[in-house]
Design a protein around this ligand. Structure first.
Ligand SMILES: O=C(O)CCC(=O)C(=O)O
Ligand SMILES: [Fe+2]
Length: 664
């Protein structure tokens, strides 16, 4: 690979797509980010976005970047044409020495690993990334089966005599029967709410449903709208080879990707999961349609959040789940959201834009929600609402299972107090969890089960309330597509993962982060005090000296992360706080609540050299002083490890909440 002539960006994109089966659109975005970032940030972006051992790819990519700079300078001095790859910050007048990426050095005493972190095996033959785990409808599965079978036969693997004509017609039949019924096309403005989605019109942006069907857009007529994985290809009789139109489409797609890579596209139409609609703000439905749709969805959501009480075999094994959770309890189904991201066709100059007749200034004003609680649906970014700078609709993310709706007919709310036996067991567990402290590195202290049961429940409830409000949880990412594997909310100030800086107003959606709830701060101070006590006892330090090992701090920022069972966070350093704070080694104080998680830490960004501990609910981890720059991350959440009392009393969803407090 090292000898291949491709540019660093091409190399990276290819490696992400081929070795990690990374979504092509997402890899284009990620590569763009990396190209603009310095080596360390680029490396961090890749680590955060890719689950798996990506170190070699990063190393090769950065190596190519450094060679790219060299040859760029060489070419320039010889007066030859400049190579394609050009780092944006190269100044010809003041040539910089070649940048070779060096892992940052952290002056920490090197420690022998307690446990070796085993690299996850990446199987090239059957890659399974979260993005691949898409829910297939029986119909789609049947279509795929039919098509796979057909291809299999074409290669003559089955050993049976082939009849291509027959196979082709069978394939068409299977596709048509399983995929959808063909009907006469009829105009419809339901936005794929009443009928299934076909696709967006690339010219005017209209969302086309199955009632309107495939073919020329019935609104603008400028573009043909085809369903994703459309069976029409088969119907048009091109089972083998591409038609001219398809070749043209592929060329156009490549051109679009190229233009996107160069940042030329102005308008992006994001088409999200259809059940995440914001009906109130919808401009394409009549008031009657909205009312009807809202009442239907309310009934559906009441049904989904109806609490189902499941009694385990053990005494006290009580599990409150919603029907929705039960349906989604397979971890493989956790990330089944499919996002269809489409780019507007830049070649179309004049084109009518689809705007429903009822849209008015007043409505647009009213639609800017009080707390921006917009549950994103199909979003057309050139609508007036979305022309507000930095406005991003966000999916409201609730870390708790909703309270049972008492008004929900036919449902009984069953609240069982734990039996005496179960309560004794819980109390015993709680007493056993007393004050175990471990000093992991100089200035890095782990207080096991330090948060009380009441504090944990209270913190979860507070985060839940703040999380569904203004500036609440959102899924941060780099650009539109490379998302972090967690939901985040910041209190006090916002940490912007793209600019790696703190801000008063969240750039993502112009929302102001809530303040840190007042009862959090004494908890942080007391945790530091507990760590000091442990240092005094263990290291025979006096109160004055203990502060040089682990300084005190008053948090002004709290970053709350929620990791679903599939969540993770790549190895990174927390180094975006002020240089004063970093130089003084003011600690980061981290609270863990909910499912346990594997926490990696070490002196370099290398998971195979990192140590691993399992952080459980109630644990507090503090790293300051000499350990302030420790590399750390979450390799995995351990499903079903939350305490039952926590789920019962806070209704926390499966997953883990983590709060990190910092003084910036
Ligand atoms: O979830 C954790 O334990 C770590 C979180 C973290 O490192 C961060 O938010 O910077
Ligand atoms: Fe961190």
């Amino acid at each position: 690979m090292a000898n291949s002539p491709s540019s660093p960006a091409e190399y990276l994109r290819e490696a992400l797509e081929k070795s990690f089966n990374y979504d092509p659109d997402a890899s284009v975005t990620l590569v763009n980010y990396c190209e603009r970032a310095d080596p360390q940030d680029a490396s961090e972006y890749i680590h955060n976005a890719i689950q798996g051992d990506v170190d070699k790819v990063i190393e090769e990519y950065l190596h190519r970047r450094s060679l790219g700079e060299l040859s760029f300078k060489k070419n320039y001095s010889l007066g030859e044409p400049v190579q394609i790859y050009k780092k944006p910050d190269v100044h010809l007048s003041t040539p910089k020495p070649t940048q070779i990426y060096k892992k940052p050095e952290v002056s920490l005493s090197s420690l022998k690993p307690m446990q070796i972190y085993k690299k996850p095996e990446v199987s090239l033959s059957t890659p399974t990334t979260v993005k691949n785990r898409k829910k297939l409808t029986p119909g789609t599965q049947a279509t795929i089966n039919a098509s796979v079978q057909s291809k299999h036969n074409q290669r003559g693997v089955s050993g049976h005599a082939r009849n291509p004509e027959k196979e082709h017609s069978e394939e068409i039949l299977a596709t048509v029967t399983n995929h959808k019924k063909i009907r006469a096309r009829e105009k419809c403005d339901c936005q794929a709410r009443e009928h299934k989605l076909v696709n967006n019109c690339l010219a005017c942006g209209k969302i086309v449903c199955e009632k309107e069907g495939e073919g020329p857009c019935m609104f603008c007529g400028k573009s043909e709208v085809w369903c994703h994985e459309s069976p029409s290809k088969h119907l048009r009789g091109h089972a083998e080879g591409n038609s001219e139109a398809e070749d043209r489409a592929i060329t156009l797609k490549n051109k679009l990707l190229e233009q996107d890579r160069r940042g030329n596209l102005q308008t992006t139409v994001i088409d999200d999961q259809s059940d995440m609609f914001n009906i109130e703000g919808n401009t394409w439905m009549t008031p009657e349609e909205k009312e009807k749709r809202i009442s239907l969805e309310e009934a559906e959501s009441a049904r989904k959040s109806r609490t189902v009480l499941r009694l385990g075999a053990d005494v006290g094994e009580v599990d409150f789940s919603t029907e929705d959770d039960i349906q989604n309890s397979d971890p493989a189904n956790n990330e089944v959201m499919q996002t269809i991201v489409m780019k507007a066709n830049p070649n179309i100059r004049e084109c009518p834009i689809y705007v429903a007749p009822e849209i008015t200034e007043k409505r647009v004003e009213r639609r800017i929600p009080e707390n921006m609680k917009v549950s994103s649906g199909r979003v057309q970014h050139d609508e007036p609402l979305f022309q507000i700078p930095n406005f991003h609709p966000r999916d409201v993310f609730d870390i708790c299972v909703p309270e049972t709706d008492a008004a929900c007919q036919g449902d009984e709310i069953v609240e069982l107090a734990p039996s005496l036996h179960a309560q004794t067991k819980i109390n015993k567990e709680l007493t056993e969890m007393h004050n175990e402290v471990q000093i992991l590195m100089p200035g890095m202290i782990w207080l096991k089960h330090w948060l009380s049961k009441d504090d944990q429940v209270k913190i979860v409830k507070t985060c839940q309330e703040l999380g569904v409000g203004k500036a609440g949880f959102y899924q941060p990412g780099y650009g539109n597509q490379s998302k972090m594997h967690l939901w985040m909310m910041c209190l006090g100030k916002n940490w912007n993962p793209e600019s790696r800086s703190y801000e008063d107003i969240r750039s993502y959606d112009n929302a102001k982060p809530p303040s840190i709830p007042s009862y959090f701060t004494p908890l942080v101070r007391n945790a530091i005090q507990a760590a000091h006590n442990a240092l005094i006892q263990n290291n025979k330090l006096i109160q004055k000296d203990v502060r040089t090992v682990l300084p005190c701090m008053d948090p002004d920022v709290c970053i709350v992360n929620f990791y679903k069972e599939s969540g993770s966070l790549g190895l990174h350093q927390d180094r975006d706080e002020s240089s004063k704070s970093l130089e003084q080694g003011l600690p980061v104080v981290s609270f863990s609540i909910g499912d346990a998680a594997e926490f990696l830490y070490g002196t370099e960004r290398d998971p195979s050299n990192a140590k691993k501990i399992v952080l459980e609910s109630g644990d507090v981890l503090i790293f300051g002083g000499l350990s302030r720059h420790v590399f750390h991350g979450i390799s995995r959440v351990k499903p079903n490890t939350s305490a039952k009392w926590l789920i019962r009393d806070s209704r926390l969803r499966p997953g883990r909440v983590n709060l990190t407090f910092r003084q910036i």
